[in-house]
Design a protein around this ligand. Structure first.
Ligand code: GTR
Length: 325
């Protein structure tokens, strides 16, 4: 952590250069743990292209993929402190910091992708985006992340009983720890970058993720049993450091917000294509995929709602999501 900080001490976020051609060129640095070619990286690059076009090259975005700026939790702090300007990250690592963020990650809260998009594109999504601001972050847009399912190296999971005793890696979020515990498995929180070797060496038996991440992190090589629980649709979020944002003019802030909104459609296009190719790829490589008894999982997750959806504000939000078509 300390060495990473000092490494980034060399970086000055939101670099501003004055050139003959442009009054002031601003380069915004953006973090992603996924590699180049992954849909989230593609969407942020597209956002950068839009900004560059709309400002005649005055604002540029430089994406650092493949965990170059650190694991997700480290990059949250760096973004809040203005060391990183932009960050594409999953909602889960924000769960402990910002209670509103766990609502869309709740097990089975969404009936379908269409339902998830209707909620996240509407006023509830806006409320969740606004909840980042007191924490030094301007949340610009949500990106799709499909549905997360369990996979492991031991056996197919058909009912919650099959989860008993399995060691499952989860994201660094108490909600996900409790979600796995509710199924009788043992939860081990760890950053995404450590999961492949943790499964390979038997530190954990498996994890949970969507098709593109199961494929891209190469977890399919070490955990062949992919069971379609589809228990969480925890979306991705694209955030900006409030420190970096506040340095921009109101007009540039508007351009940033608009370009981020305009990148959502691109993300969805890239995502839908990648979900299909990743699923086909892991199946062809020998992953054993099965459907599960979904209702049994829905019933087993009830204690998670009882524990987390406690205050009136969150209860109301959950009720409004359930009432959205
Ligand atoms: C992926 C997500 C990443 C990260 C990862 C994980 O689906 O895109 O941001 O959260 O899951 O499980 O750590």
């Amino acid at each position: 952590m300390i060495s990473r900080r000092s490494l980034f001490g060399a970086f000055v976020a939101l670099s501003v250069a004055t050139t003959a051609a442009h009054a002031q060129t601003i380069t915004l640095r953006s973090a992603d743990i996924h590699p180049d070619g992954y849909p989230t990286v593609g969407a942020v690059k597209y956002f950068g292209q839009l900004l560059e076009q709309r400002t005649n090259g005055r604002i540029k975005v430089q994406v650092f993929p493949s965990q170059q700026l650190g694991q997700e939790k480290d990059t949250i702090d760096q973004t809040r402190f203005g060391v990183i300007d932009l960050n594409r990250i999953n909602m889960a690592p924000f769960n402990n910091l910002i209670p509103e963020t766990f609502v869309p990650a709740l097990p089975f809260i969404f009936k379908s992708v269409v339902h998830m998009r209707a909620v996240m594109d509407g006023p509830i999504g806006d409320e969740i985006l606004k909840a980042f601001e007191p924490h030094g972050l301007v949340a610009l847009a949500f990106y799709d992340s499909g549905a997360r399912s369990f996979y492991n190296s031991k056996r197919p999971i058909n009912t919650p009983a099959d989860m008993k005793g399995l060691k499952i890696r989860v994201q660094q979020s108490d909600l996900f720890i409790d979600l796995v515990k509710a199924l009788g498995a043992n939860a081990t929180p760890m950053p995404a970058g450590e999961v492949y070797s943790a499964i390979q060496t038997g530190v954990v038996d498996g994890a949970e993720n969507n098709w593109p991440s199961y494929d891209s992190f190469r977890h399919a090589e070490v955990a062949k049993f992919y069971s379609k629980t589809e228990h969480s649709m925890s979306p991705e979020v694209f955030v900006m450091s409030k420190i970096s944002y506040d340095k921009l003019s109101p007009d540039d802030q508007k351009l940033i917000r608009q370009a981020a909104k305009d990148s959502v459609g691109k993300m969805r296009e890239l995502w839908e294509a990648r979900e299909k190719t990743s699923e086909a790829k892991v199946r062809a490589a020998g992953s054993q995929v099965n459907e599960v008894d979904k209702q049994a999982f829905i019933d087993a997750m009830k204690p998670v709602y009882d524990k987390y959806v406690t205050n009136p504000k969150l209860k109301d939000m959950v009720a409004r999501i359930q009432a959205t078509n």
